[in-house]
Design a protein around this ligand. Structure first.
Ligand SMILES: N[C@@H](CCC(=O)N[C@@H](CS)C(=O)NCC(=O)O)C(=O)O
Length: 409
């Protein structure tokens, strides 16, 4: 890294100030805890300061559980203020397993009453809070309730995940699983035709919320794990129009994961076998200033936790164990600031430029570029949406990391 670049990159304070002028998104810092930040519900400003928040949501600490996403989606749609308690599912605390008979998330305390099972929580939220997500007309409401049950029992998500996770050494099984899932999608396509408009019923409702986390994950991941695309498939025009409409909802933007998080999670948690590379980053998302500013704000607010995570988990520490950790930390810090600066200023920021085959002097040991390359390659895939930032911001972040990485050698 040339000296002039190192000295020209802004401080974290300045980067944060610029980022905060361009986004109103903020998170709560959770010092020393995992996750190190948590989103602030969009409705929290509605609460008078001395009133107890009416809903406590117990959810997974990766913020990736599709059943928790249903509840979070409804809370955001209904603008209910809530607090979150994160549960480590790999090591559930005793108080949680004593409290909840199923020991599963999501669980909620609604006005002090314990409710578990995502569907039950959604229905209880309807009982207690206005801005209903059930149709007002009685007949349609009866249909809604039966379709909510159906979403639990019709086996569509299970068929989708079975197909997704099917190993490729048995092509007949892959074909069978695909056929079963396609038949389920055909049924869903028919159901979507029953009411006018893009949603299941004549308005957006809990039925949409029951399906959205599962269909979003399956649509993101089946192309990578089975070469099967729901998106733009001519057989499923209504499902595609429905997905487009769900993606348009601001509340869904707050709770959804991006395609990279979804794909990495299936590999990490269930050992799914990819047959294609990770999908490209959508430039219509990664170039949006609001997402770029949010990503820069997240990074500038949380860089200390990011640096310690990189040091601990990327392999850098062992590689550079013979030199003091502070030089390594400085190099990581500099490259993260470069990413934040690029997010905020785009190509007005001069990136390092290549060193391959140049006559420039060799870098000192530890080479800042080598440290930066490892750190950036690690954080690119370490970022998890919406645990660390929104899906849009994560896409902008990954694109900025790619740009800086591509300039290092
Ligand atoms: N039917 C439940 C399913 C919830 C569920 O499976 N949650 C998973 C996380 S995605 C869980 O808590 N897993 C922990 C475990 O199995 O011990 C619901 O709809 O709430």
């Amino acid at each position: 890294m040339s000296r002039d670049i190192a000295s020209s990159v802004s401080s974290w304070e300045l980067l944060q100030e610029i980022a905060r002028n361009n986004t109103s998104t903020r998170r709560v810092r959770r010092l020393g805890k995992s996750p190190s930040t948590a989103p602030i519900p969009s409705s929290v400003h509605k609460m008078p300061p001395d009133v107890v928040v009416p809903v406590l949501l117990y959810r997974d600490k990766n913020s990736w559980c599709p059943f928790c996403e249903r509840v979070w989606f409804a809370l955001e749609e209904k603008q209910i203020p809530f607090e979150t308690e994160f549960i480590d599912l790999a090591n559930k605390p005793k108080w949680f397993t004593n409290l909840v008979p199923t020991a599963l998330v999501p669980t909620a305390k609604i006005k002090g009453k314990l409710v578990y099972e995502s569907k039950e929580i959604l229905l209880q939220l309807e009982e207690h809070f206005g801005k209903t997500l059930l149709p007002k007309q009685r007949e349609e409401q009866t249909v809604a309730r039966s379709w909510i049950e159906e979403a639990e029992t019709n086996g569509l998500p299970a068929a989708g995940y079975k197909f997704l996770l099917q190993r490729h050494d048995n092509p007949d099984e892959v074909a069978n699983n695909q056929a079963t899932f396609v038949a389920k999608l055909d049924e869903l396509e028919q159901t979507l035709a029953k009411y006018p408009g893009v949603y299941f019923l004549s308005t957006f409702s809990l039925v949409d919320i029951m399906y959205s986390p599962h269909l979003d994950r399956l649509a993101s991941c089946l192309p990578v794990y089975q070469g099967f695309s729901i998106r733009n498939h001519p057989r499923f025009p209504r499902i595609n129009a429905w997905l487009d409409a769900i993606y348009e909802r601001p509340a869904y933007h707050r709770v959804k994961s991006d395609a990279i998080t979804n794909n990495l999670m299936f590999c990490r948690l269930w050992g799914a076998e990819p047959i294609a590379n990770l999908p490209p980053l959508d430039p219509t998302v990664s170039t949006k200033l609001e997402y770029r500013a949010e990503a820069a704000e997240r990074l500038s607010d949380n860089y200390e936790a990011a640096i310690s995570d990189i040091l601990k988990n990327s392999g850098i520490k062992a590689l550079f164990s013979s030199v003091g950790v502070s030089a390594v930390e400085d190099a990581i810090d500099l490259h993260l600031r470069l990413v934040a600066a690029y997010l905020l200023h785009g190509d007005k920021v001069l990136l390092p430029w290549g060193k391959v085959g140049t006559k420039r002097a060799l870098e000192p040991f530890p080479s800042p570029s080598a440290v930066g390359a490892i750190a950036l390659a690690y954080v690119r895939n370490r970022i998890c949406a919406p645990r660390d930032m929104s899906a849009g911001a994560a896409t902008a972040f990954r694109a900025a990391v790619d740009k800086v990485l591509a300039s290092l050698y």
